[in-house]
Design a protein around this ligand. Structure first.
Ligand code: NOJ
Length: 556
């Protein structure tokens, strides 16, 4: 079997993921809220951009106190967004355009409005009581464990009715499920089975470390959680039995060494976001010194052959910097979000990339060039491809969850509803739809949209970027990252200058003498001889090369 055929079995290793919230993407019926039918209407936009995998943020019934991450029915569809029929049409239409679809899987908690929790809090002997985690004694101070410290004082909340405390790692309106309970486990499997049957190709698994954490369970629950990763292994085994090519992409923001446990010899999560490299990239950008980024990449632990890192520079949450030291975080804050209103939870930023770099197109493009050049599977958050900004006046993380900006028209072309009926206003000011929108950029060959589209094309035609191994190439400048990614004789070499001054870089790619380095973004080529190659990069400049080996018949 040719190794290139593996790119279809392990499609997720060379996918381009695009995360969108149905609510914010496109409103097809003019009620002010985006809907599933709206995503269908915009499917060709995504196909044209080159997206190969849609990640749908939660679209389940919800009181919407955590933007849909608080679910009242795992099997349902939020009526504001559409119906099961609409979801099936979306998946089918996406498939026709060569796109897979993954959905958020929320198995750490439910909403407190979920019928299970409503029943559970009726009495301590209610049959649903054990669907959640309770304690009778007063908990210790857990304020340092609250994920949203601006809203919660700890991870246990007292229930007045039954006079016990229930566990919630996130908001107190999101009680944690007791995953030690076999009935809860069965329900999780059924949920996975249900959505696979509807047609999804896998899941982005929310909050993984939280539901495997030891919270001091007792009795049978403690026995069931004695080996917590068994739960994840069971989920994976079930998923793979039902659909061999389905994927689990986990949200696991822990140090690299600990992440390895969640890959579990290739029998747990297929993929995890690389939060560490993302954070170190911002440190590197803030310093204009590529070394923290190179160090993070080189410190990525070995992972099993059937596993993969997902790379990203922005997601739907705060841009978290929690894994940096306090001093490092202060450097990133000073460079990219110096005002308090730009920061959140003491650990992150409420901002999107372009305003962080003062709209400097060189730096915006540098960031996206890195995203696609670093080894892994790149994941975009809607609106990044056109350089949307944030609404700092919006509450918390909603700052980056504003309506997609389609055109310079009313409501940015997102909705025909009166502006007062929109679920959220479009970004105001210089990053608003009048200046930043998809339709203008699609027509402009020099736009960010066309740049990202080109990067996606290059990424897709160079599977080594998803599957290959990394070499950081020696060169003299700390501002510069020069790296090569190689797989099965295929090689991409990329050079990025994180500093504002031009640099001449001399480097020796690890390729046979006589190979030709052909530039992928501009017209130039270099033949590799005995000496080092000399390249001059502008400030914040970047170059990508595709390597032709002598005698190989490769297309550019
Ligand atoms: C992680 C999600 O990314 C975030 O948006 C959410 O608030 C928490 N999990 C709780 O579900």
């Amino acid at each position: 079997m040719s190794r290139i055929t593996e790119t279809s079995d392990q499609w997720w290793k060379t996918a381009v993921i695009y995360c969108l919230d149905i609510e914010t993407f496109f409103d097809s019926d003019g009620d002010g809220v985006g809907d599933v039918a709206g995503v269908v209407e915009r499917i060709d936009y995504l196909a044209e951009l080159g997206v190969t995998c849609l990640w749908l943020m939660p679209f389940y019934p919800t009181p919407d106190r955590d933007d849909g991450y608080d679910v009242t029915d795992f099997y349902g569809v939020d009526a504001r967004l559409g119906t099961h029929g609409d979801v099936v049409e979306l998946i089918r239409t996406a498939k026709d355009r060569g796109m897979r679809v993954i959905a958020d899987l929320l198995i750490n908690h439910t909403s407190d409005q979920h019928p299970w929790f409503k029943a559970a809090r009726r009495s301590t002997d209610n049959p649903f009581r054990n669907h959640y985690v309770w304690r009778a004694d007063t908990p210790p101070d857990t304020s340092d464990m609250a994920v949203f410290p601006d809203q919660e004082e700890g991870i246990w909340t007292f229930d007045e009715k039954t006079e016990e405390w229930y566990l919630h790692h996130f908001y107190s309106h999101q009680p944690d499920l007791n995953v030690a309970n076999p009935k809860v486990r069965d329900e999780i499997m059924k949920t996975i089975g249900f959505w696979l049957e509807v047609g999804v190709d896998g899941f982005r698994v929310d909050a993984v470390p939280f539901f495997l954490e030891d919270v001091g369970m007792t009795g049978e629950d403690a026995d069931a959680m004695a080996e917590p990763h068994e739960h994840l292994r069971n989920i994976r085994a079930f998923l793979s039995r039902r659909r061999g090519d389905a994927v689990l992409l986990g949200e696991v923001n822990v140090p690299h060494e600990e992440q390895v446990k969640y890959f579990g010899d290739g029998h747990q999560l297929h993929m995890m976001f690389d939060f560490i490299t993302m954070q170190k990239m911002y440190l590197a950008l803030a310093r204009g010194d590529a070394r923290p980024l190179a160090e993070a990449l080189l410190a990525r632990p070995e992972i099993p052959e059937d596993c993969q890192w997902a790379t990203f520079v922005r997601n739907h949450d705060e841009l978290t910097l929690d894994k940096l030291t306090e001093e490092e975080r202060a450097e990133v804050f000073a460079a990219f979000g110096p005002e308090e209103r730009m920061q959140i939870y003491g650990r992150g930023l409420k901002r999107r990339v372009p305003p962080m770099v003062d709209g400097d197109p060189r730096r915006v493009r540098l960031v996206y060039s890195l995203l696609f050049a670093l080894p892994g599977t790149p994941s975009l958050f809607y609106g990044e491809e056109i350089g949307m900004g944030e609404d700092l006046e919006a509450e918390g993380r909603m700052a980056v969850r504003t309506p997609m900006q389609w055109s310079p028209e009313k409501n940015g072309g997102f909705s025909t509803a009166p502006p007062s009926r929109l679920f959220a206003r479009p970004v105001p000011g210089g990053y608003g739809p009048e200046f930043v929108n998809a339709s203008d950029q699609m027509r402009d060959p020099d736009s960010l949209w066309n740049f990202v589209r080109r990067l996606i094309q290059i990424y897709r035609s160079h599977p080594e970027l998803g599957r290959g191994s990394l070499t950081v190439l020696e060169q003299p400048h700390p501002e510069v990252l020069a790296h090569q990614v190689s797989w099965e004789g295929r090689v991409v070499v990329a050079v990025h200058n994180l500093g504002g001054e031009a640099r001449t870089v001399s480097l020796r790619p690890d390729v046979p003498t006589g190979s030709v380095l052909e530039s992928l973004l501009v017209q130039e080529e270099y033949e590799v001889g005995d000496g080092a190659l000399e390249l001059t990069l502008d400030g914040y400049g970047y170059r990508w090369f595709h390597v032709h080996h002598p005698g190989r018949r490769r297309l550019p």
